[in-house]
Design a protein around this ligand. Structure first.
Ligand SMILES: [Zn+2]
Length: 384
């Protein structure tokens, strides 16, 4: 076995597991406008969030993920599940310019977010951040309110930024300003700022990220599947920027497999940088563990095997024939292992996966429940 720090999935939308495979191989706008948004407005309520998030927590534990970031609706429901099932999470309060499930407007979302932050302030496994969806979907006045709140509360900001070239072009056309530059002007950037995606990075963007000590969260498989672009991981790393990794939601990935995601990241970084030495296996593992914890502001608690941190651990079984011989266990883990080698998982010293079996969750019930949701949702999707 290789004992490693628990993996940190630094970006996702947990309950979207219930939309896994609903609408594949479509352009981003068609995928969103004709499938995902209608399905969300038809189906997302507290019960949907409960079922989808439990499925995500179980899948992530079986994949060696001990800590995840969630940015989806009804953050109070997800928080209850994280508390109940013993995992660790950052819950980002979703904020958009339009009404969302669970909040009629951004003010209500922020009010509820502040209440949740206060409730969970001393929770050993839960932290609350603010999640303005993206620069194009949140207006200046709301970003201003968020800036004031996070300064008072010392909370993180988790946001999709520069996901596609189109996003940057449109902002330049409409406002004459790149989205990251606008966020800098609004004083949102800082060490607690988590910029998700960043497939578009010019010299000025790089200077802003460095100057403000922001983290970047790389989601390679979602970017590949939606043909969004390539995050220049090696360039960011060389500039000293903290780069973490996330799976994004299961509707655009389609799994919550951070080990597989890390392998993709390591391979893709070499192609993008044009260099076989880019993102070696050891740095890739660090990106999936300590860098994730650092991005979420949790590196005092998790992300590495050190005295004083919580025992968030994974035992990977490297005894299979596909891993032999073992010259370097980390290389074997990143380049030759799949998530079925996850044997045991502990969070805060409590064993949540024992010999590939969930200790606190009923896997058969979760599968049956997901199956029922799938049948109901399939009957209403217009592509079927
Ligand atoms: Zn996302």
């Amino acid at each position: 076995m290789l004992l490693a720090p628990g993996l940190v999935n630094a970006h996702g939308h947990a309950a979207m597991t219930l939309f896994r495979g609903l609408a594949d191989d479509l352009p981003l706008q068609t995928w969103l406008q004709d499938h995902i948004w209608p399905a969300e407005s038809r189906w997302v309520d507290e019960e949907f969030i409960r079922s989808g998030s439990e499925l995500a927590i179980a899948e992530q534990l079986k994949s060696g993920i001990t800590c995840f970031s969630d940015m989806y609706f009804f953050p109070n429901v997800v928080s209850e599940l994280v508390h109940k099932h013993g995992v660790r999470a950052q819950i980002a309060i979703p904020v958009l310019d339009f009404p969302i499930p669970g909040a009629r407007d951004a003010d209500e979302a922020l009010r509820k977010g502040v209440a949740l932050f206060d409730d969970l302030k001393h929770h050993p496994r839960l932290t609350v951040a603010f999640g303005p969806h993206a620069p194009y979907s949140v207006a200046d006045d709301k970003l201003e309110s968020i800036r004031i709140l996070v300064a008072e509360m010392d909370a993180g900001i988790h946001m999709h930024v520069h996901e596609t070239a189109h996003e940057v072009q449109e902002a330049l056309h409409k406002h004459g300003e790149r989205p990251l530059a606008r966020l800098a002007r609004l004083q949102l950037l800082g060490p607690r700022f988590q910029a998700v995606h960043m497939t578009q990075v010019d010299d000025e963007d790089l200077a802003l990220l460095t100057e403000h000590n922001c983290s970047v969260i790389h989601c390679p498989e979602s970017n590949l599947k939606l043909a969004s672009g390539f995050c220049p991981v090696e360039r960011l790393w060389e500039a000293g920027i903290n780069v973490a990794i996330g799976t994004d939601g299961a509707a655009s990935n389609n799994d919550l497999d951070l080990l597989g995601e890390t392998r993709t990241a390591a391979l893709l970084a070499k192609a993008v940088a044009g260099s076989a030495t880019a993102l070696d296996a050891h740095r890739a593992l660090r990106m999936a563990t300590l860098n994730g914890a650092r991005a979420l502001g949790l590196d005092d608690h998790t992300g590495s095997l050190e005295l004083g941190k919580f025992a968030d651990l994974v035992a990977f079984d490297l005894s299979g024939l596909a891993q032999q011989p073992i010259y370097d266990p980390v290389s074997q883990l990143i380049y030759s292992s799949a998530r079925d080698c996850v044997r045991h998982v502990w969070v805060g010293g409590k064993q949540l996966l024992d010999d590939r079996r969930l200790t606190r969750m009923d896997e058969e019930r979760l599968i049956a429940n997901a199956h029922q949701w799938g049948e109901r949702i399939a009957n209403t999707d217009k592509s079927r």
